[in-house]
Structures are given as structure tokens and as C-alpha cells.
Design a protein around this ligand. Structure first.
Ligand code: SF4
Ligand code: SF4
Length: 431
């Protein structure tokens, strides 16, 4: 009996080591590809080091606060900071965790949720293990079912996300925010007061300010930075305290300002400018932006929620009472969010058109994670509307593995060539 459990133990230890080796190798490979892409600002180092710390060195986040895991941008970070804790985004892009999660989830579940299930199975990632509690907004069926898996292994609070965003929906969300507040106080042992909530707003606000400055710089000077580098910096925000991320971002902005002044861009050529939208693109699964930029395009705009969208909208306080601040958080979480989880999502189209105009976009890549129905549903409408503007769009479906890389490469290359052809001056036939 003892002998069998020793064998079992040894088998399990070997499996864990295999997981760690594969997981860290993939993350290290993607970090290398990101770093090798020409034109990275020098100030990108703290962001890449953060991703390395979490996924290659398998350490926890750098903070002296307790951590609270979140699974969607619809969880207000301000409230978590107000409880003296730090939010950590746990949506995952990990291929190794995905292949483990694949065995315990249905075939058609999305890879993001499979990867979360995989981490849950192995219990090896400190960022998951260290969380005092987790907050999971139920935005789609996959999230609902993963909540069922998580609830037995951690202190989990699910939040109901309504399909519409009327006044009653906002009131119901505020009620849930008060419940979240009590749960956070319980988990951290810290009281949330008017002052701590105001401090939470300040911390997140500073990060949002630096992001808006970054977006302004990119908009004013095309080709100042590559989208893949920007997406790596946005992904690192999941594991950096907001004030530290804001500081690191202020260094990037200072460097970019100087580069803009010196007319120093990442390329001298007019590369096809592409907007990336669709299902979340989570580190290390940055294969699509990497392929776009390795094949001669540039990701000039990013509408994904792990990217700039995740921090874009600041909470606007109209009434500065405690309740007014909670209302501001609810309004920000639901009203402007262009996530297709909402039944009426016309603002997404508005946002896409705005990004296309601001970033001089010439083509849109619509990313669909296999099994992500909510994003897939909106594709047709978006293709149709952007077609009216003469903007070509392609839908790229992908999974968390490298088997589809060649196919993605061929399609992306053809799309880039199409944009180049459309931009080429039309030669008149001699009559
Ligand atoms: S895609 Fe939508 S539901 Fe999923 S994490 Fe992003 S904002 Fe939340
Ligand atoms: S919104 Fe899409 S990517 Fe996110 S959990 Fe749901 S199915 Fe997965």
C-alpha cells in the first residue's frame, strides 16, 4: 500500500516537473520573440521582467499586499485596492495549462477557460495559489462553468453580469459591489472606508492617465512603437501594482516623447496598419500580433480587453459620496464596455470606427478563440459595417497551441499583401 502511494507520488512529481518545464519554455520563447522584434523601447524591461517573473521563474507578484484574483475587466480594481489588496488578472493564455485543462473540460469550451482549468488541476502557479479570494464576473457560459470548478478550491465570489445596461441593471450591480466590499473586508481583514476607496481611485487613475498619454503619443506619431510591445506592456499590468505599472509607463512615455521629437520611429517604411480586435489575447499567447509584425505589418490599434481596452475608461464620479463612488464604478464597468457579452453592443462598432480613424487603420484582424461564441456572433455585423467604410476585415480563429501557426501565417501574409495592393498607386492603362 505504502509502495503504491510512493510510486503514485513519484509519478505525480514527474508530471509536475514536465508541466513546469514545458510551461516555462513556452513563456521564455514568447518573451524572446517579443524582445527580438526590432524597435522595442528600452523602458519595456520592467514589463518583460514581470512576465518572466510570473511565467518563467514561477514566482508570485511583487507586492506586500494580499492578492485578489479577477477574471474580467468588469471587476473594479479600485475596490480591491481600497481593501489594501492587489488585483491580479487570472485569465490565461498558457498552452501547457490548456492541454491539461482540455482533459477536464468539454471539447468546445474556449481555450482561455481550459487553461484556467489546467492551472487549477496542477495548483502549481503561485499567482493562482496565493490569492486570498477570487472574483469571477459571469459573462458567458464558459465563465459560468469554470466558476463551478473554482468554487470548491478557493474563496470565490461570482458576479452576475446583466445582458443589458439599464438603470435597474446598474442598481443590481451596485448591490453586488457592496457584497463584494464585505467579502473583500472579510478576506483581507481591512475595512474599506471613504478614504481608502478614494485612494483606490487615485491609484488606478494614475495608471489610466499614463495609458491615455501613451495612446496620445501613438496617435500623434505613427510607427512610434510596435503593437506587440504595447500588448506585452498591457498584459504585464495584470501582475503589477497600479502605481508601479503607472511609474514604468511614465518612463515609456518619456522615452517615446523623446523619440517622437527626434523623428525616430520603429520603421522608415509605410507598413500596413492593422487593428486587432476580438477574443482576449493573453500572454504567452501573443502569436497573432507577433506573426503580423514578423510578416511586415504593424499592429497600430488594439481593441482587446487584455490590451488597451482593459484600462481605457476611467470611472467618472458625479456625486462624491461613498455611494456615488460605488455608482461610478458600476457605470464604468457596464455602460461603456464594448464586450460582446451584452445583448446590445452597438458601442463596440462606434469604438472600432474611432480606433480606425485615430490610428489610420488599413485593415482589421478579428480574432476568435475557438469556442468563443460571443465574439464570433458579432463578426458578421462588424465585417458588414466596416465593409461600408472600405476597411478589409478577416476572421482568424485560433487555439492555445502552435499547430495553427503555419495556417495563421499564410492568412496573415495574404491579408498584408492585400492591404499593400490596395494602397499601391493605381496605374492608368495607356489608351
Ligand atoms: S472578453 Fe469580455 S467577458 Fe471576457 S474578460 Fe474580456 S471583458 Fe470580460
Ligand atoms: S468571453 Fe470568450 S474567451 Fe472569454 S471566457 Fe467567454 S468564451 Fe472564453
Amino acid at each position: 500500500m505504502n509502495m503504491i502511494s510512493q510510486n503514485e507520488l513519484e509519478k505525480r512529481r514527474r508530471q509536475e516537473q514536465r508541466f513546469i518545464d514545458k510551461e516555462t519554455q513556452t513563456a521564455a520563447k514568447y518573451l524572446r520573440r517579443i524582445a527580438e522584434l526590432p524597435g522595442a523601447p528600452e523602458s519595456i524591461t520592467p514589463f518583460l521582467s514581470t512576465l518572466e517573473r510570473i511565467y518563467v521563474n514561477l514566482q508570485g507578484v511583487y507586492t506586500n499586499r494580499p492578492t485578489v484574483g479577477t477574471y474580467c475587466v468588469m471587476t473594479p480594481q479600485e475596490l480591491i485596492y481600497a481593501a489594501g489588496a492587489m488585483p491580479v488578472k487570472l485569465c490565461s493564455g498558457n498552452y501547457t495549462a490548456f492541454s491539461i485543462g482540455d482533459d477536464v473540460t468539454p471539447r468546445d469550451a474556449c481555450p482561455l477557460v481550459k487553461a484556467v482549468a489546467g492551472f487549477l488541476q496542477t495548483g502549481l502557479m503561485p499567482v493562482y495559489r496565493d490569492c486570498k479570494m477570487m472574483v469571477l464576473p459571469v459573462t458567458c457560459d464558459c465563465k459560468k462553468k469554470i466558476a463551478g470548478m473554482l468554487k470548491n478550491s478557493c474563496n470565490l465570489m461570482t458576479m452576475h453580469i446583466p445582458a443589458s445596461r439599464g438603470d435597474d441593471d446598474i442598481d443590481e450591480y451596485i448591490r453586488q459591489l457592496y457584497e463584494l466590499m464585505a467579502r473583500l473586508e472579510d478576506a483581507t481583514g481591512n475595512a474599506i472606508t471613504y478614504d481608502t476607496l478614494a485612494e483606490g481611485f487615485r491609484m488606478v487613475g494614475r495608471a489610466q492617465y499614463e495609458l491615455s498619454e501613451f495612446i496620445r503619443l501613438k496617435k500623434n506619431t505613427p510607427y512610434l512603437i510596435r503593437g506587440t510591445h504595447a500588448m506585452a506592456m498591457m498584459n504585464a499590468a495584470s501582475y503589477m501594482q497600479a502605481d508601479m505599472w503607472a511609474y514604468a509607463m511614465s518612463r515609456v512615455n518619456a522615452e517615446l516623447k523623446q523619440k517622437a521629437k527626434n523623428k525616430q520611429t520603429v520603421t522608415r517604411k509605410e507598413l500596413p496598419r492593422i487593428l486587432l480586435t476580438g477574443s482576449p489575447i493573453v500572454f504567452p499567447n501573443l502569436k497573432i500580433p507577433l506573426i503580423i509584425e514578423e510578416m511586415g505589418g504593424i499592429v497600430a490599434g488594439d481593441e482587446t480587453c487584455m490590451g488597451e481596452r482593459g484600462m481605457w475608461d476611467p470611472a467618472v464620479i458625479v456625486d462624491d459620496s461613498f455611494d456615488g463612488m460605488m455608482r461610478a464604478l458600476a457605470n464604468r464597468a457596464l455602460r461603456p464596455c464594448p464586450c460582446p457579452t451584452f445583448a446590445d453592443n452597438s458601442q463596440r462598432l462606434f469604438r472600432l470606427k474611432q480606433l480606425i480613424k485615430d490610428n489610420h487603420i488599413q485593415g482589421v484582424i478579428y480574432h476568435v478563440l475557438r469556442g468563443c461564441l460571443v465574439y464570433d456572433f458579432e463578426y458578421k455585423k462588424i465585417e458588414e459595417e466596416l465593409g461600408k467604410l472600405g476597411i478589409p476585415v478577416i476572421r482568424l480563429e485560433s487555439d492555445y497551441n502552435e499547430e495553427d501557426i503555419e495556417q495563421l501565417r499564410i492568412r496573415i501574409e495574404a491579408f498584408i499583401e492585400l492591404i499593400k495592393l490596395r494602397q499601391a498607386p493605381v496605374r492608368r492603362k495607356a489608351v
